[in-house]
Design a protein around this ligand. Structure first.
Ligand code: CA
Length: 223
């Protein structure tokens, strides 16, 4: 589990990092907003502890930028009570707030509770339940076995219902591959075929993944 700690004060950041590492998390550190954004772009960060008062790009701006493209859980660390008011007023999209100075073990507890909250909010609809952390998919409460690639493809589509993905973007999402390899469009079609087959646990189910002729695939947004 990768956590990004964004804090410009070295001593605080080091303590936060030490406690989180001790709790079993893999911690990335950033001392400013631009480094935080850069790490976030390149790494699979699963939760962010974000200081509000940062030099150059402040924490609220960092939070907004990340929120514009990701639902990653974010805990803001606020130094003053005014920050709290400001945060609530600005509604930058953070999931939780912790007031400084805080006991680092409280931070660890808040991180764990936020992770629990966000991972238990499963992705899916009335037929499908997806537990991203366990990489588990249930259709009509029946567990179906998907390969990692199939799982990634399904996840990409279901997280964006109605959005059309062409085969190339599906390859990028599912393989984290930016066109370097020999994965063919046809491979995507085979994966989709397999996913559909595996998901068809009963005959009265709607079509989950729709083909958009000449474009690609999309998740059925009328479910
Ligand atoms: Ca600070």
């Amino acid at each position: 589990m990768n956590i990004l700690v964004v804090e410009d004060e070295n001593s605080i950041r080091e303590v936060e990092t030490a406690y989180l590492k001790n709790a079993g998390f893999n911690v990335y550190e950033a001392e400013n907003g631009s480094k935080a954004l850069s790490i976030f772009e390149k790494t699979n960060i699963e939760l962010i502890v974000l200081d509000v008062n940062l030099p150059e790009i402040d924490g609220i701006t960092v939070c907004r930028r990340i929120r514009s493209k990701s639902n990653v859980p974010i805990i803001m660390a606020t130094a003053r009570t005014e920050d709290q008011d400001e945060l609530i007023g600005l509604d930058c999209g953070a999931d939780d707030y912790i007031k400084k100075p805080f006991n680092p073990s409280i931070l660890v507890a808040r991180v764990k509770s936020l992770l629990k909250r966000t991972s238990s909010s499963q992705i899916g609809n009335e037929y499908i339940k997806i537990d991203e952390e366990k990489q588990q998919v249930k259709v009509n409460d029946i567990i179906i076995e998907l390969t990692t690639t199939e799982f990634n493809i399904l996840l990409t589509l279901i997280k964006n219902p109605g959005k059309v993905f062409n085969r190339e973007s599906i390859i990028i999402k599912a393989y984290n591959d930016y066109g370097s390899s020999d994965i063919l469009d046809r491979t995507v079609d085979v994966h989709i075929k397999n996913i559909r087959k595996k998901m068809k646990v009963s005959n009265d189910l709607p079509e989950f993944i729709l083909t958009v002729i000449g474009k690609g695939y999309k998740f059925n947004d009328s479910i």
